[in-house]
Design a protein around this ligand. Structure first.
Ligand SMILES: C[S@@+](CC[C@H](N)C(=O)[O-])C[C@H]1O[C@@H](n2cnc3c(N)ncnc32)[C@H](O)[C@@H]1O
Length: 198
């Protein structure tokens, strides 16, 4: 097994150890961590570019998708910032990052309580299962620059959410099918800008 495989095994063992007290993943997905969480997170690798250095993950929870991506990014000079307000989850995320020697910082606050100047301008923003797209755009906007791409897991609801979002925001979007979630997609959003109220 290579280093990525060994690190994922260690992460899986830590998830199982901490799960009874932290409730890091839903009970029904605990028996399928590799399929439901690791593979689902790692499919984003092909949406990354070699020049991507700074990744911001909003609403990290038990670490998805950010920690599998940080594990797969070892040696790529890639820095991850994880945003998660729940104290118990923050402790878990920091423990995994320390034990696996990952290039990860965890900010223990809500994304809307962070001054974007506290973080490097992200090349990529990730987020899974945090909020509907219109809300997510409002939370992502302060961190967005011309170079930023949001690469987001979304379920079937993406059709309605994209329509709602386009009433409030300008953006470009590329939609790719999810490898792991039938009906799900990976959205890549660029050029995010709020439409001014008229
Ligand atoms: C449903 S969980 C998803 C966790 C993980 N991304 C996943 O897919 O397994 C949503 C997480 O977002 C966190 N959260 C809620 N509001 C937030 C906010 N405004 N900013 C950042 N995180 C938030 C919650 O504490 C929770 O851990």
């Amino acid at each position: 097994m290579d280093e990525v495989g060994r690190d994922l095994e260690s992460y899986s063992a830590l998830l199982r150890k901490w799960q009874p007290v932290q409730n890091l993943v839903s009970r029904e997905t605990l028996s399928a961590i590799w399929e439901r969480h690791f593979a689902d997170s790692l499919q984003l690798v092909r949406h990354f570019k070699p020049a991507d250095r700074s990744i911001l993950d909003l609403g990290s929870g038990g670490g998805f998708p950010a920690l599998p991506l940080a594990i797969a990014s070892k040696g790529f000079d890639r820095h991850f910032i994880l945003v998660e307000p729940t104290t118990r989850k923050v402790s878990f995320l920091r423990t995994v990052a320390r034990e696996l020697d990952l290039d990860v910082n965890v900010i223990g606050r809500r994304s809307d309580q962070i001054d974007s100047r506290e973080t490097p301008v992200p090349d990529v923003i990730t987020s899974r299962a945090l909020a509907a797209l219109p809300q997510l755009c409002a939370w992502m906007e302060p961190f967005f620059s011309e170079k930023t791409r949001a690469v987001l897991h979304k379920g079937r609801e993406h059709v309605d959410e994209l329509q709602e979002t386009s009433a409030l925001w300008y953006f470009d979007v590329v939609i790719n099918k999810s490898d792991t979630d039938p009906g799900g997609v990976i959205l890549t959003i660029t050029n995010l800008k709020r439409k001014s109220a008229s």
